[in-house]
Ligand binder design. Structure first.
Ligand code: BEZ
Length: 213
């Protein structure tokens, strides 16, 4: 197992997928990426998750994010299951699904948690930046389907804070005021954040989201 902590380079791999053989780093190119595992094909929660991801294609594209799924099922299984996802979720799966039968990628990314299930991947999510660094990792149990609106929200925050000296407060959604990074003095902040700032406490300064007109 490689280390997959925040700031680590996402381990590279080559794997078979429903869209052919993929070298992860080459496939990502200059994009942001989401690598997410699900426990098994032909299961109800996973079916709704992959259908939802397919429907969010435009939202991912807007944010320059490529998405790739993974389970330890084989390619034939993935392909048959895709027909079911398309039929039942009224969509067309438009991203690759890795067939990790030898568990190479699952082990590299610590996606099998033996005390939860010795054979199947949990619901892991890794967001990778264009610099290939891991920016976010979240793990959900098999019984809880993911909230992909939350993933979009986090990506908005990651993309904003990558370029501006701000952080996003609790429950922030794109368009709302943000927090000025503690590393910036209030004098400096007054020069940088030309839309103004509200100094609630010396350490708690709010400003309108800087990348909006
Ligand atoms: C599901 O996707 O529905 C599921 C998969 C494994 C365990 C429980 C639920």
């Amino acid at each position: 197992m490689a280390t997959t902590r925040l700031g680590d380079i996402a381990p590279n791999f080559t794997a078979h997928s429903t869209e052919g053989e993929i070298n992860f780093h080459n496939w990502l190119g200059e994009s942001w990426g989401i690598l997410f595992s699900h426990p098994a094909d032909f299961t109800p929660v996973c079916t709704t998750e992959l259908g939802t991801v397919a429907k969010y294609k435009d939202e991912f594209e807007k944010r320059n994010v490529k998405v790739i799924a993974l389970s330890v099922d084989g390619l034939e299984s993935h392909k048959e299951w895709i027909s079911d996802i398309n039929e039942t979720q009224d969509t067309t799966v438009n991203f690759p699904i890795i067939a990790d039968e030898d568990r190479k990628v699952s082990e590299l990314y610590d996606m099998i948690h033996p005390n939860a299930d010795s054979k199947l991947t949990v619901r892991s999510v890794f967001v990778v930046g264009p610099d290939k660094q891991i920016k976010l990792s979240i793990t959900y149990p098999a019984s809880t389907g993911r909230n992909f609106d939350e993933l979009l929200r986090v990506i908005d925050s990651l993309q904003l804070t990558a370029y501006h000296s701000v952080a996003t407060p609790a429950n922030w959604i794109n368009g709302e005021d943000v927090v000025i990074a503690p590393s910036i003095s209030t004098d400096e902040a007054r020069k940088i954040f030309t839309k103004g700032l509200d100094e609630i406490k010396p350490y708690l300064r709010m400003t309108p989201q800087p990348n909006l007109n």
